[in-house]
Design a protein. Structure first.
Length: 151
């Protein structure tokens, strides 16, 4: 999808009290991929998200006034970590994630920082990140890591 065809999304700062809404969205967005690899466990998903949740690094993805996802980007040792990028299942496939990722990449470029991301093995997000300029970095049992070099 070309930049001119991307949906117009805005990013709005999250606050601590958004946790319940965000964790529910994350679980919904990850469910299919986690079920595919036999790892769906909403309790574990909630605990993992709570352990790393940082409202100050998290923004809601807004499309036409509606919250359709969220993104979290954290500074991490000479690079930025794209810790979360989730779009509600009913809103996926519309270019929203690509529009958000383009904005995050521009922010990384403005800081001359590489951008790292991890994706669940077997998830469609692996192709998404590769299509958007991320290069294979490493893999572990459940996750594959990618890096978009600084530009």
């Amino acid at each position: 999808m070309s930049a001119s065809n991307r949906p117009l999304v805005t990013l709005v700062q999250a606050v601590e009290s958004d946790f319940e809404e965000l964790v529910a969205l994350r679980i919904a967005a990850m469910r299919e991929s986690l079920e595919r690899v036999g790892r769906f466990d909403p309790v574990r998903a909630r605990e993992r998200f709570r352990a790393n949740f940082s409202a100050s690094h998290t923004r809601h993805v807004i499309l036409n006034g509606l919250k359709v996802g969220f993104v979290a980007v954290k500074p991490a040792q000479d690079q930025l970590l794209l810790d979360h990028l989730y779009i509600r299942p009913g809103n996926q496939g519309q270019g929203i994630g690509a529009a958000v990722l383009a904005r995050i990449c521009k922010e990384a470029d403005d800081q001359s920082m590489p951008l790292r991301v991890g994706a669940l093995r077997g998830s469609d997000s692996n192709r998404f990140y590769q299509r958007n300029g991320f290069e294979f970095l490493a893999e572990e049992e459940w996750d594959i890591y990618y890096l978009r070099p600084a530009r």
